[in-house]
Design a protein around this ligand. Structure first.
Ligand code: ADP
Length: 201
């Protein structure tokens, strides 16, 4: 099996990965998959659904093997149903891999072509965005500031090392404190640059 051509949207909770991923996924030739959405679609009464709620309510990551297996099953279903055609579409991944162990487990499944790093050193700004999202999207894990801070700490300790793991991949650092439209514009410029490079090579 050939690996899925993949673009990673990477950044802390609240940095806007989902907002951008959803927009990009509407463009023909791209398919967006957010790992958090895969988890949230589980029945909360199922074993996996209950495990997800247990970890996410503490701001922790779901264990790696379960996460990658669940994600892989979900993406295979989208291929079978024809929603995602890996021959035609680039996969826009948001929220996975979320640590180096997951990146290693996914090595034989995805070929990472580029990384868009939505960077926002101002943590208070992220916290404010997440609190707003809690009200809008009814996200339980966003309502409590302690859980939010714990997710940000998990991001710094476990997710950020991924940038080093993929140091050979073209990376675009984007200021995530800009407006969604400005961030989108920067991502589009980066994507066009990558397409130009892959056409030339
Ligand atoms: P956010 O980007 O705000 O953290 P997500 O919707 O991406 O929101 O994820 C919500 C929760 O789902 C995480 O806090 C975590 O518990 C779980 N989760 C999502 N993706 C992963 C992953 N790749 N590995 C482990 N846990 C995950």
């Amino acid at each position: 099996m050939s690996r899925y051509r993949t673009i990673l949207i990477f950044g802390a909770p609240g940095s806007g990965k989902g907002t951008q991923g959803k927009i990009l996924g509407k463009i023909p030739g791209f398919y967006h998959c957010a790992c958090g959405d895969v988890f949230r679609s589980l029945d909360a009464a199922s074993e996996l659904g209950a495990a997800f709620l247990e970890y996410s309510s503490k701001g922790q990551l779901v264990p790696d093997e379960i996460t990658v297996r669940l994600w892989h099953e979900s993406i295979r279903k989208t291929v079978e149903s024809g929603k995602f055609n890996p021959k035609r579409d680039d996969l826009i991944l948001d929220g996975i891999p979320r640590n180096v162990a997951q990146a290693i487990l996914m090595e034989e499944l995805i070929e990472v072509r580029g990384i868009f790093h939505l960077s926002c050193p101002d943590r208070d700004k992220l916290v404010a965005r997440l609190k707003k999202r809690a009200l809008r999207d009814n996200r339980l894990d966003d309502t409590n500031e302690e859980v939010i801070r714990s997710r940000l700490a998990t991001y710094d300790a476990e997710s950020k090392p991924i940038l080093h793991y993929y140091s050979g991949v073209m990376r675009h650092d984007i200021d995530a404190s800009m407006t969604p439209l400005e961030v989108l514009y920067e991502i589009m410029k980066g994507l066009l640059q990558e397409k130009a490079i892959s056409r030339a090579s």
